[in-house]
Design a protein around this ligand. Structure first.
Ligand code: HEM
Ligand code: PLO
Length: 473
């Protein structure tokens, strides 16, 4: 089947009235894998109907650049969805709000306050280093016992956001922290299952357990953050952040949603990427050894790694890139919408068309990556061991909707990963199996939970025997 886009047509999934192409989208595969499989049959640009909504699926880097960069503004809209409307009070946030002048100034404001904390700013550096130290202390206190890293990592990354937004942090087992982690997890689970509701908004009128649960969680979240914002008000005049912006149309609700989104996006993405990193290093012990050697050589044990070490630790940097390539936390980004009649790959695209950017397909495209299923950090290093960035690598998206947290995320990933690997060697607990690498798709692509044994590095003699290090160190 093909559908007409102007005078040219694109391949299109079969459709029936009301359901659209949904019958052809039933599958046990998670969406990014299903869409990748369909792109092998239908090509790098194909159409489908998500219920009544015409949707283009893009799986080739040239077309992706056209959507995100060349025509970035034309495609910078977001669809209206029931679940995200509940989450964001009808789009008073950044990620799920449609393009508008108010959204633009809101985004700029948040972006600027992140930049204030950005690279070169000692404050963020200190905040992240302290959180990383605290994390290591907690692992150290487990004395080599195996554990699930997820809750420990969550607290550490939550504390970074908490210090940035409220200048406060949580101790271990703080009941408020447990509440935060609990509602966050429920939101992640329910949003993921809310797919159907988002395709048929009229399902809202039927009882829906997930939607009810989502509303409950959002209400707990909003009360908690509202209280914290009030407590924080005392400091507002002093700080250089969004809360003292003076921007007229940005309301208290926008401020609340900004805080909520910083927590949501800041915590889920960073902790997930770190969990993937450890999972892949458990599968590739020779790579872990080489990262250890690189750290030993450049940093040693006497001091904590700092951002200025990054350029001297190309292998660690390459490992983090390879993790974000092979398991992008956001494998189909957030849906984009054409805000006006425009075009894509020479086809005309009518206003209101939804566009799914399949970043998973881009990061696994055999035309651009040798053995894409293989975990191989060397792809991000040239023959003399310097870091390179291939053009088919866009884990944060690009253009007007590029991740606002990118610089913060990169700083956190580097400082957390380097500190953890400087101080610990990670191994699979005796008798346990290696972590699953499939991932479960929710709002973000997370690894199945696994346990790991962290052993303090100074108690081991470390050698890097693999050729990887001999060429690169
Ligand atoms: C959007 C990736 C961390 C805040 C996005 C998008 C991606 C992404 C792919 C969607 C781009 C699109 O729809 O075209 C990541 C990755 C991260 C990360 C891989 C870490 C490993 C963070 C952090 C924050 C953050 C730490 C904030 C504290 C946001 C926001 C948006 C966004 C607000 C929405 C931007 C918009 O729609 O205009 N991110 N992100 N992200 N991210 Fe991140
Ligand atoms: C995570 C659960 C929180 O309770 C709410 C939330 C807010 C922002 C979302 C985030 C969740 C998941 C990851 C998202 C982020 C905005 C940008 C980010 C979707 C749902 C990515 C990776 O695109």
């Amino acid at each position: 089947l093909r559908c007409m886009l102007g005078r040219r047509s694109v391949p299109c999934l079969p459709r029936v009235p009301v359901l659209g192409s949904l019958l052809h989208l039933r599958s046990s595969l998670p969406p990014h894998l299903l869409l990748t499989q369909l792109s092998h049959r239908y090509g790098p640009l194909f159409g489908l109907y998500a219920g009544p909504h015409f949707t283009l699926v893009v799986s080739e880097i040239g077309l992706v650049r056209e959507v995100l960069l060349q025509r970035g503004r034309e495609f910078a809209g977001r669809p209206k969805m029931v679940t995200t409307d509940v989450l964001t009070q009808g789009g008073k946030d950044i990620a799920f709000a449609d393009y508008s002048p108010l959204w633009k100034s809101h985004r700029r404001l948040v972006h600027n306050s992140f930049t204030l904390f950005g690279e070169g700013s000692g404050k963020l550096h200190t905040i992240v280093q302290e959180a990383a130290d605290d994390l290591c202390e907690e692992l150290q206190s487990c004395r080599g016992q195996s554990s699930d890293l997820s809750p420990v990592l969550m607290r550490a990354v939550t504390n970074v956001i908490c210090r940035l937004v409220f200048s406060s942090s949580y101790q271990r087992n703080d009941p408020e922290l447990l509440t935060v982690m609990d509602y966050n997890d429920s939101i992640v689970q329910t949003i993921a299952r809310g797919g159907l509701v988002d395709i048929f908004p009229w399902l809202r009128i039927f009882p829906n357990k997930d939607l009810k649960k989502l509303k409950q969680c959002v209400s707990v979240r909003d009360q908690l953050l509202h209280r914290k914002l009030l407590e924080h008000k005392v400091h507002r005049k002093k700080c250089n952040c969004i809360f003292s912006s003076g921007e007229d149309d940005i309301t208290e609700d926008h401020v609340l949603m900004t805080a909520a989104e910083a927590f949501g996006a800041g915590v889920e993405t960073t902790s997930t990427t770190l969990l993937w990193t450890i999972a892949f290093l458990l599968h590739h012990p020779q790579v872990q050894e080489c990262v250890h050697s690189e750290l030993d050589e450049c940093v040693g044990q006497a001091r904590a790694p700092s951002l200025s070490d990054r350029s001297h630790l190309p292998l660690l940097d390459a490992v983090l890139c390879e993790v974000m390539r092979i398991r992008p936390v956001s494998p189909v980004l957030i849906p984009h919408v054409a805000m006006q009649d425009t075009s894509l790959g020479g086809h005309s695209v009518p206003k209101g068309t939804r566009v799914l950017v399949n970043m998973w397909a881009i990061h696994h495209d055999p035309k651009h990556w040798d053995e894409p299923e293989q975990f191989s950090p060397e792809r991000f290093l040239d023959s003399s061991g310097r870091r390179v960035t291939p053009s088919s690598f866009l884990p944060f998206g690009a253009g007007p909707r590029v991740c606002v947290g990118e610089s913060l995320a990169r700083i956190e990933l580097f400082l957390f990963a380097s500190r953890l690997l400087q101080r610990f060697h990670f191994s699979v607990p005796p008798g346990a199996s290696l972590p699953e690498l499939q991932g479960r798709f929710g709002v973000v692509l997370q690894p199945q939970s696994y346990s790991v044994t962290p052993v303090a590095a100074h108690s081991l003699r470390r050698t890097c025997s693999s050729t990887l290090a001999q060429t690169h160190l």
